[in-house]
Design a protein around this ligand. Structure first.
Ligand code: UTP
Length: 239
């Protein structure tokens, strides 16, 4: 099974804790050992936010701020690459074709940000389409997709599953304000919808739980299931 794992920066390195990065590297290596072909995309987390906040005070424009954010995501990607060692491509992969080529030769590509105006969620969705992934997993700080922002509505309800088009509909109103509360960004949701990519949105706090979600489909997050899609073969074979 070919799988793209989008790892939020605040999930990978909340405190720049090396044990946490190693736990994610171990999780990706376990996926490879189980016969999967993983690729990873890493977010910028608190480091990106701190740089962006400071540079905004200095008068940087939004594109300049995004470029800083992209730099932070690639720093985090290098942390994960350091923990993966020989398993990984030695520098953050900066092209979707390059990522495909890496997977074909048995290496694990790690990407960060790619272009201003989006987040690494969109990179992960584009990568999943580009490498023809069987599954895209968003390992985030949110434990799934809710009908409304759970931080603002006590009665918010989490979806066990929804279609890609429904994901877009849920994310649109959450994406209007700065500091979006959306569990994945709007462009990512649109790419998932356009390409019909089977996806999972789950809490990335426990890398071992992310592995279970990928290998067995067992998780407490939200499945995004395109029409006419079948579960990854590995999930159905064992049932
Ligand atoms: P993230 O993907 O980490 O965004 O990129 P985020 O949603 O703020 O992070 P999490 O999910 O809470 O950890 C950090 C920043 O880098 C820039 C954007 O400014 C983004 O907010 N970025 C990232 C881009 O401009 N383009 C990209 O492709 C990726």
């Amino acid at each position: 099974m070919r799988v793209v794992v989008s790892i939020g920066g605040s999930v990978l390195a909340p405190e720049l804790d090396p044990d946490r990065v190693v736990a994610y590297a171990d999780a990706l290596e376990r996926l490879s050992a189980e016969g999967c072909e993983p690729a990873a995309v890493v977010g910028g987390g608190g480091v990106a936010r701190e740089y962006i906040t400071t540079a905004r005070t200095l008068g940087a424009n939004e594109v300049e701020l995004d470029e800083l954010g992209i730099g932070a995501t690639r720093l985090n990607a290098r942390l994960l690459i350091a923990a993966l060692g020989e398993t990984a491509v030695p520098a953050p992969t900066t092209g979707y074709d390059d990522a495909t080529a890496a997977i074909r030769r048995g290496a694990l590509p790690v990407m960060g940000g790619m272009a201003p105006g989006q987040t690494t969620d969109a990179v992960a969705a584009a990568l999943a389409e580009s490498v023809d992934a069987d599954l895209l997993v968003f390992a985030t700080g949110a434990d799934g997709v809710y009908d409304v922002d759970p931080n603002e509505h006590a009665d918010a309800t989490r979806f066990d599953s929804l279609s890609p088009a429904e994901l877009v509909d849920v994310v649109v109103p959450m994406s209007r304000d700065a500091g979006s509360s959306a569990p994945v960004d709007l462009l990512a949701a649109k790419l998932v919808d356009r390409a019909g990519i089977r996806s999972v949105v789950l809490d990335g706090d426990d890398p071992a739980a992310v592995v279970d979600a990928i290998l067995h489909g067992d998780h407490t997050g939200t499945n995004v299931i395109p029409a006419d899609s079948t579960p990854p073969a590995a999930w159905t074979e064992e049932r």
